[in-house]
Design a binder for this molecule. Structure first.
Ligand SMILES: [Zn+2]
Length: 479
């Protein structure tokens, strides 16, 4: 069922509370007493731009948990370089840079991976999971330029840009449709923390130009503090731009949009740091050896975009049940399913691990599980017409977000906890591939039309039918 959370995937660029305070403005009393010292010994570092992470709903530990899950997914989806020497080199270079990274005291478990992808790109997931494409290593002229790209990525980690973006995305989603209401929160919330799918990583990696500029500035500081030529990062970006003028821009710029005056801003920071140190490091024999090794790696063909992904079927539903208690009804569901709450309080979903998948276009969709929601409706619960017309509205809304959804068995009467209800079967394209069966049960209550949508691929539906029935049998109205 295409539970399209497209709106929630749209990150709205609310430029967010970042601090750009030159350190010199801190502590007036101190500068009063030390003013003379500054005059005698100009301290370049006193002028550097101080950057801090913006407003964030997640804790640094959540960054790590979330990033780890997303990294596990990324590792499954991206071809590795399979070159231990290259990985070791990236780890050694990355660790040196990370040691100079201002993380505000947070210990991130940095990891560095080489990806066998010719596209010039690199990305870092929250918590410090850095992926560098072979293309980026091949495009770098020297070690300082590669260090520049990595310092930029590490700065996104330290500035917690990924979860800051997710926080904004969560804030920005309002007024989604019924399924948006159920799944609207999941991209930034439950799904992100519980599934951490690499798709959810789409939100984590969509940086604003402001974030880019901040990563440039901090990356430049890290280069400087590690002894590299601090201009190297901007020079690499400039080179990428010049080489691709009029052609397809490198992938890097789609994940990391080019901020205005990129090079100018970096040069300004280099000035604040006191200029380029005379002994600044540019290259190493090791980098050149690694680059040669990378250039010789076999090329891995990319999968065709849009091709349906093979999705592993989730584990069968457990026979042990957990209890779920809403304000006016209760039910039991398999204890190996997870609960996905809706932020507005109107709905809830239950799905096994692996039951929520990427529908192939970067959106999260429920392929296995149960969605519960409430449609505004009034009327006598025993009035068949009232139930019918409210049910039609729910199905119409479903079809709006799932254009290939068709009714296969029209509404049949049934009872749910003694209350009259309606059962409708539909078929739809499954995000797991092939067709799916959607069993919709609706009951009119004083609170509105309560609907249950039981979802499973047609090929697996028989294995879920019994589970759906026992969940519905367990429904109790408590008011
Ligand atoms: Zn960036």
């Amino acid at each position: 069922m295409g539970i399209r959370a497209s709106k929630s995937q749209t990150v709205i660029g609310i430029s967010g509370g970042w601090l750009w305070a030159p350190r010199a403005h801190r502590g007036r009393a101190a500068s009063f007493f030390l003013g003379l010292c500054f005059l005698l010994v100009p301290d370049a570092s006193a002028q550097r731009t101080e950057l801090k992470p913006g407003w964030n709903k997640f804790s640094p530990q959540e960054d790590i948990n979330l990033g780890k899950r997303a990294a596990t997914d990324a590792e499954k989806q991206l071809p590795p370089c399979n070159a231990p020497k290259v990985d070791a080199y990236l780890t050694q270079l990355g660790t040196r840079l990370a040691q100079k990274l201002p993380t505000g005291g947070v210990q991130y478990p940095f990891e560095f991976h080489c990806v066998n992808d010719k596209a010039i790109n690199a990305f870092a997931l929250p918590g410090g999971y850095v992926f560098v494409n072979r293309g980026a290593i091949e495009a770098a002229d020297d070690e300082a330029q590669l260090a520049g790209v990595m310092a930029h990525e590490l700065s996104h980690v330290a500035l917690r840009h990924g979860t800051n973006q997710a926080t904004k995305a969560m804030l920005a989603e309002t007024g989604l449709g019924i399924f948006g209401a159920v799944f609207g929160d999941t991209t930034g919330g439950a799904l992100l923390t519980q599934l951490g799918s690499f798709t959810a990583g789409g939100v984590l990696l969509r940086y604003s130009r402001t974030a880019e500029s901040q990563a440039d500035v901090m990356g430049t500081q890290v280069l400087y503090d590690t002894g590299y030529d601090p201009r190297a990062m901007a020079q690499f970006f400039e080179k990428l731009e010049a080489e691709t003028k009029g052609k397809n821009p490198p992938e890097f710029f789609s994940d990391h949009p080019n901020p205005e005056h990129r090079v100018g801003r970096v040069d300004e920071e280099v000035e604040k740091l006191g200029g380029v140190p005379p002994n600044a490091k540019r290259d190493s024999a090791e980098f050149e050896a690694i680059k040669r090794e990378v250039l010789a790696l076999p090329v891995v063909k990319k999968p065709v975009p849009g091709a349906p992904r093979a999705v592993a079927a989730p584990a069968p539903p457990s026979r042990n049940l957990s209890e779920y208690q809403a304000s006016w009804y209760a039910l039991k569901y398999p204890d190996n399913w997870r609960k996905y709450a809706d932020s507005s309080g109107g709905g809830i979903s239950f799905a096994p691990e692996g039951g929520v998948v990427d529908d192939g276009s970067g959106h999260s969709a429920l392929a296995y599980g149960l969605i519960i929601g409430v449609e505004q409706a009034k009327g006598d619960p025993n009035d068949g017409n009232a139930v019918n017309s409210a049910t039609q509205r729910v199905i119409h809304d479903l079809q709006k977000s799932n254009p290939s959804m068709k009714i296969t068995r029209q509404g049949e009467r049934l009872r749910l906890n003694g209350q009259p209800g309606l059962s409708t079967y539909l078929s739809n394209a499954s995000p797991a591939g092939g067709q799916e069966t959607d069993w919709v049960i609706t009951v009119l209550r004083p609170e509105g039309l309560l609907y249950f949508v039981c979802v499973a691929p047609q090929s697996a539906y028989d294995n879920y039918d019994k589970t759906f029935s026992s969940i519905l049998d367990s429904v109790r109205f408590t008011r």
